[in-house]
Write a protein that binds this ligand. Sequence first.
Ligand code: XBP
Ligand code: MG
Length: 233
Amino acid sequence: RAEAIIFDVDGTLAETEEIHRLAFNETFTHFGLDWYWNRPLYRQLLDITGGKERIRAFVANHRAPDGPRALEQVAEMHAAKTEIYTQLVAEGAARLRPGVLRLITEAKDKGVRLAIATTTSLPNVEALLQAAFGMPSSSIFEVIGAGDIVAAKKPAPDIYRHVLDELRMPTFACIAIEDSRNGLDSARAAGLPTLVTPSIYTSHQSFPGALAVVPDLDTPPVSLDTIAKWRAA
Ligand code: XBP
Ligand code: MG
């Protein structure tokens, strides 16, 4: 049986990417940039994790108008984007995906430790968990690894390694839950068995090496026993 579950956030706990996309687009307008990230474009841009990294990659690869000026303001733009995103989430824009609360409740009841490994900025995680659970993130998740705490974001294994270090747990006692290929590759490179619940922006991806791939944590209902069976198979 797993002794700790490490959750990704965006796409895994909640379908947040449309809120991120909206926040990016509002930010671009605010900064006087004639940019608009529509859904097909955003799907491509998600290959690069991290908001600042995504803006830089967009300028580098898409001949963005005003690119050089924007590059000088990436930090300010990203701070503004975080403000907009956290506000939307505080207003209730995101809901937990099916089965997430049930599995977290079961884990808590049975003394399974909970942690987070995400590329998203910490304020975004805190806003989501506060809105979804009505309590501070630290009362649910023992360790939260987020954003720039590591130099190399997913698919690099750094964030999972960081969380494993903080938990002081060996990989074989833990599992990761992810929604994306970048997340899967990151967790696997850190040595973690990884369950994948694809999200709206990652449903077209393939997930080689996943412990299992299910539409969501309620289809079928995923419990600690289900996970133990997959691991024993
Ligand atoms: C999620 C992301 C994040 C968000 C933006 O990846 O790629 O970059 O889109 O967050 P994962 P920030 O679910 O694999 O962690 O703007 O705060 O960076
Ligand atoms: Mg994700």
